[in-house]
Design a protein around this ligand. Structure first.
Ligand code: ATP
Length: 358
């Protein structure tokens, strides 16, 4: 078993409120990602669960048992840090073996355990080296191997891929999901990288300023963001946001445009709203009659696609287009909108308006 439940975690450092009532329920065997920008409280959450941080309030239950007062060792969790934290004077083999030695594991089991994880992480040929003789990517693999060599109740991982270059990071994402599938076990993983979260997680908790904004599958968080902030944080390129209000069966933009009002939008006429449109739900080709008038601001070729920045009055839309698209700044065009996929938020509260019905 490996369920981890954090309830109402609160923690302040002097004036800074790092955690403002964080509640998480991590099911046994999940790949659960806590996603949030720098300073959101991700590390503090993980450290609190690991028993490394004293809480002002809240509780931590492991496999249903209250572990709030337990020492880190008694919690039986393995933690991987961004900084690797390897022993510099020990070989890779000894680094990986150290958690097993600390628990007086028989020698033959240690050998078998190290070989197994070394194989899993493709680091067999590094076992006799010392950390100073490793690249950053190799050190990261060793740090992961050292955590994975045991079967703790859960693995806690604090941005373990941050120090890797982009290519290695992408590779390790696939490897970590493979390792999770192979080993089983509960992974609680924190990151500020939304692509990492979307590509690896079974479930994502989005954290902002010490408060959970939304918990859901990657699809739920991306397709049905609970509020404007989540919509803006998750997704690349960033969602375009346009000020508007409803008038009968139309949405009327602050910049003078109108669109048919999505049938699921529940808001009284005149209330300030924000229309959220993702780049892939917009098109510079003519499609249907829902369209916004604008002018090209710039083109950003990205190889497999080109992003077209379109000015709609003083506001900006990012539109995903074919790589062959052409156009000059200042050229007028009409941007087609897939309204079934649009998001509407209350401008005052930021909350998504009734999306359940679609
Ligand atoms: N030991 C500490 N003393 C004082 N303030 C702290 C301490 N640890 C964290 N904080 C503050 O608490 C807040 C949350 O920090 P935390 O490290 O949990 O965020 P994070 O989401 O992990 O950020 P990052 O992605 O940058 O690591 C921040 O404002 C941070 O400055």
């Amino acid at each position: 078993m490996g369920t981890v439940t954090a309830h109402g975690l609160r923690k302040s450092f002097g004036e800074v409120r790092a955690l403002d009532g964080v509640t998480l329920e991590v099911p046994d065997g999940a790949f659960f990602v806590v996603l949030g920008p720098s300073g959101a409280g991700k590390t503090t959450t993980l450290r609190a669960i690991a028993g490394l941080e004293r809480l002002d309030a809240g509780s931590v239950h492991l496999d249903g048992r209250d572990a709030t007062g337990d020492t880190p060792a008694a919690r039986d969790l393995a933690m991987v840090f961004q900084s690797y934290a390897l022993y510099p004077r020990k070989t890779v083999y000894e680094n990986i073996a150290s958690p097993l030695r600390a628990r007086s594991t028989p020698a033959d089991e240690i050998g078998a355990g190290v070989e197994r994880v070394a194989g899993l992480l493709h680091i067999e040929r590094l076992l006799q080296r010392r950390p100073a003789q490793l690249s950053g990517g190799e050190m990261q693999r060793v740090a992961l191997a050292r955590a994975l060599v045991r079967r703790p109740r859960a693995f806690l991982m604090d941005e373990p891929l941050t120090n890797l270059d982009l290519k290695l990071r992408v590779e390790m994402r696939t490897e970590l999901t493979r390792i999770h599938r192979t080993l089983g076990g509960t992974f609680l993983y924190v990151t500020n990288d939304q692509v990492e979260a979307l590509s690896m997680a079974d479930q994502i908790a989005v954290l902002r300023e010490g408060a959970v904004q939304q918990v859901g599958t990657p699809t739920e968080v991306y397709e049905r963001p609970a509020n404007q902030w989540v919509a803006g944080f998750v997704g690349s390129p960033r969602i375009s946001l346009l000020a508007c209000h409803a008038e009968g069966d139309r949405l009327v933009g602050a910049e003078g445009w109108t669109l048919p009002r999505p049938r699921w939008t529940t808001a009284e006429d005149g209330r300030p709203l924000v229309l959220g449109l993702r780049a892939e739900d917009l098109s510079v080709e003519q499609r249907g009659d829902a369209a916004l008038p604008g002018e090209i601001y710039g083109l950003e070729p990205l190889g497999d696609r080109t992003l077209v920045d379109v000015k709609v009055g003083a506001e900006m839309l990012k539109v995903k287009a074919r790589p062959t698209v052409t156009g000059k700044p200042g050229e007028r065009l009409s941007v087609s909108v897939d309204l079934d996929r649009a998001h509407v938020f209350d401008a005052d509260t930021g909350l998504a308006l009734s999306e359940a019905g679609r």
